[in-house]
Design a protein around this ligand. Structure first.
Ligand code: ADP
Length: 399
């Protein structure tokens, strides 16, 4: 069975064609600058050189058509005919409380999705545009939607998702913690349980998805009981350009002082804060680490804020879980920053964590990075959201 995984942004479309017989990636690629000038499709067939296709790409339907042309191209393609694709799995950022699990897409599902647009105004409408485009170009092929929020909203208890505001307002506007990166946290928790050699039902795991966006999740017996992101992916630890947890009064104060206009606040908090804002150097931790090594104090403090934030969440979730078997690091920073993992784990001595610095001296590989004496095991577990989406898609199609 071959599954195409599609992740649509407002001006981009990422895809992977996965052969589920051995879960290998047959081809992957990115359509960039949809609806803008200089649109381009970069297509990487497995085992062959990547290739660029340039043409006007005014909308997602044209983008999807180009992807299908690339997949069946006689020089760069990996399948002879579109009929070889058995299903399409779509990533969906915020399904609100309407979608506690992945679903087979039909007209009713699309209508329900449209009610979730305010929950992720940049992402959700783009996902639906991608779904409609696929339905148009390959009618009759089953499509499944996999929600970043499902892993959290399906099991998180009210005490973890309820904000301390008037419940009538919260209910009317669906204000609560939804979390994000759920597909990744679920995938990584499952793999971590395998590495522990235990059924996931018997494990207590803290998953740290640390990338441009970062979130931390407490997973009890395979179920999310709390997560650091909130109504939107702005909450939690310091991120590339997002501020993370902040006293809400900072927002109103900066507005009343005239420092940031109300209409600019969203951009200020989401795009100009985080590592970028605090370091004044970059949103990319690699650049921040370099600047810190050269003595830049702002860069140093931004890293300290990040490590400390992650440690505080791990401490809190150790209490929430009533014990921890393993901490898992994943995503760009979690998989690759030796320094970040070291500094975060070094601060967890009180929990009995003992890092194995030699083992930690690696990037992007699945590995145990604590000593045999450590009371909690820590692992690097590379995430694979596309494969997780493809697995869910196959399971639902086969049902
Ligand atoms: P996204 O959330 O956009 O998927 P990623 O998971 O790719 O992001 O993570 C991007 C982050 O990972 C960037 O901050 C980048 O600096 C960081 N990163 C990648 N490689 C390294 C490395 N070798 N050392 C430190 N940070 C790294």
């Amino acid at each position: 069975m071959k599954i195409l995984v599609v992740n649509c942004g407002s001006s981009s479309l990422k895809y992977q064609l996965i052969d589920m017989d051995d879960e290998s990636v047959m081809a992957k690629g990115l359509v960039d600058r949809i609806g803008i000038d200089d649109s381009v499709l970069t297509h990487s067939p497995s085992g062959k050189d990547k290739v660029e296709f340039r043409q006007d790409i005014p909308d997602h339907t044209v983008a999807i058509k180009m992807v299908f042309d690339a997949l069946t191209d006689k020089n760069h393609g990996v399948i002879a005919d579109l009929n070889e694709i058995n299903g399409v799995g779509h990533r969906y950022v915020n399904g609100g409380v309407l979608f506690p699990e992945s679903v087979l897409i039909d007209d009713k599902v699309i209508a329900d999705m449209e009610t979730t647009f305010p929950m992720a105004p940049l992402h959700n409408p783009a996902h639906v545009a991608g779904i409609r485009a696929c339905a148009k170009v390959m009618p009759g092929v089953p499509m499944v939607s996999v929600f970043d929020t499902s892993f959290h909203t399906s099991t998180m208890p009210a005490k973890a998702y309820t904000y301390g505001i008037d419940y009538k307002v919260a209910e009317k506007y669906s204000v609560r913690r939804y979390g994000a990166h759920g597909t990744s946290h679920k995938f990584v928790a499952q793999r971590t349980a395998e590495l522990l050699g235990k059924p996931i039902e018997e494990t207590k795991i803290i998953t740290c998805h640390l990338g441009n966006g970062s979130s931390i999740t407490a997973v009890d017996g395979g179920k999310c009981i709390d997560t650091s992101m909130g109504l939107t992916p702005l909450a939690g630890v310091l991120m590339g350009t997002r501020c993370g947890d902040i006293d809400a009064s900072v927002v109103t104060y900066l507005q009343t002082q005239g420092a940031v206009k109300p209409e600019d606040m969203e951009t200020f908090l989401n795009k100009k804060s985080g590592f970028l804002g605090v370091s004044g150097v970059s949103s990319d931790l690699r650049n921040v680490e370099e600047a810190a090594a050269e003595g830049n104090e702002h860069a140093k403090i931004s890293m300290e804020v990040f490590y400390y934030g992650v440690q505080k969440y791990i401490g809190a979730y150790a209490v929430a879980l009533g014990g921890v078997d393993a901490i898992a690091f994943t995503a760009g920073i979690g998989e690759n920053s030796i320094l970040a993992r070291e500094r975060i784990l070094e601060g967890l001595g009180v929990l009995g964590v003992e890092i194995d610095k030699e083992a930690n001296n690696c990037r992007g590989v699945e590995k145990l990075i604590t000593t045999p004496n450590s009371k909690i095991k820590a692992f690097i577990v590379p995430t694979n959201e596309e494969l997780a989406i493809a697995r869910d898609t196959m399971a639902i199609i086969n049902k």
